[in-house]
Design a protein around this ligand. Structure first.
Ligand code: NAD
Length: 262
């Protein structure tokens, strides 16, 4: 049987924190081939030995790619998606910050080209599993607290993943969670933010990357599910899985869970 040709992968946002992690991950995978490292705003930040591709559209025309991995931002990702699809590259998007309307726009674009794509706000397999396990546990407990910790430069709080965990926990239970409302609160906000009776707490400090946990409470017992990450390599198994599977999908698939066969 002839050996299968490798999946050709371009990386958009290749000089960024996650993009720079993607280059060696693609290069190390025997079934993937790195075709282009695209980051027009910061070619000087690409790792040594990686030739910069100043013009994204040219790069994809000159070096045909099956997949475009994107870790830039919502605006850059939306601008790049039509060019990638026109060149036949299926987008695997990790950028965050899309509105629901923009996700709809992306889905329509992918459909119009008769191709497929993946958009996953969280590519860590552990966090996706945490959400699924939390939604199972939710119906057996009356109290739930979500706590997240991130690096000090994160722009939003709580994280999108903490909100997604709270939504999954809420969806796993018919009734609203119980919540203690203090009679006195010398420091307002001490009980954290609230989503459907679930308290959410966010910490920001150097030394942390992205950690999430949910603790459920019931009579005489608690259950804590916790996911920790120590570096951006954590996204790569999920990203590579999406790069390998995107060719078998139809339309835009949102969320890594859809690829995990849970
Ligand atoms: N889905 C996930 O699991 C996940 C994980 C981490 C980060 N993110 C998201 O991924 C994105 C990137 O995160 P990061 O920490 O690597 O950010 P970063 O700022 O380190 O990197 C972003 C890169 O995109 C480049 N860029 C900006 N505009 C561009 C454009 N128009 N064309 C091409 N490149 C452009 C920048 O030069 C930069 O190198 C963010 O939206 C972040 O929220 C998602």
């Amino acid at each position: 049987m002839p050996a299968q040709s490798p999946i050709r992968v371009a990386v958009h946002g290749a000089a960024g924190r996650v993009g720079r992690e993607g280059l060696p991950a693609v290069e190390a995978a025997p079934d993937l081939e790195l075709t282009a490292a695209i980051d027009p705003p910061a070619p000087e930040r690409l790792p040594p030995g990686v030739p910069p591709d100043p013009h994204a559209a040219d790069a994809l025309r000159e070096r045909p790619s099956d997949v475009l991995i994107d870790f830039t931002n919502a605006a850059a990702s939306l601008a790049m998606a039509p060019r990638a699809l026109e060149a036949g590259a299926r987008p695997v998007i990790g950028s965050t910050g899309f509105t629901d309307a923009q996700v709809g726009e992306l889905a329509e674009l992918v459909r119009a080209h008769g191709l497929s794509g993946v958009l996953a706000p969280n590519f860590t397999i552990g966090a996706v599993l945490l959400m699924r396990l939390a939604s199972i546990a939710a119906r057996y407990f009356d109290y739930a607290d979500v706590a997240e910790e991130h690096h000090e430069t994160k722009v939003d709080a709580p994280s999108g993943t903490a909100l997604a965990i709270a939504r999954a926990v809420h969806a796993g239970r018919a009734e609203r969670f119980q919540r203690n409302h203090p009679e006195r609160e010398p420091l307002p906000g001490s009980r954290g933010a609230a989503f459907e009776g679930i308290a959410i707490h966010a910490a920001r400090m150097p030394g942390k990357m992205a950690n999430h946990q949910v603790t459920f409470g019931g009579p005489g017992q608690t259950l804590t599910l916790r996911h920790e990450t120590i570096n951006r390599e954590c996204y790569m198994p999920g990203v590579l899985l999406a790069a390998r599977k995107v060719g078998e999908l139809q339309g835009l698939v949102v969320g890594l869970d859809a690829l995990l066969d849970l």
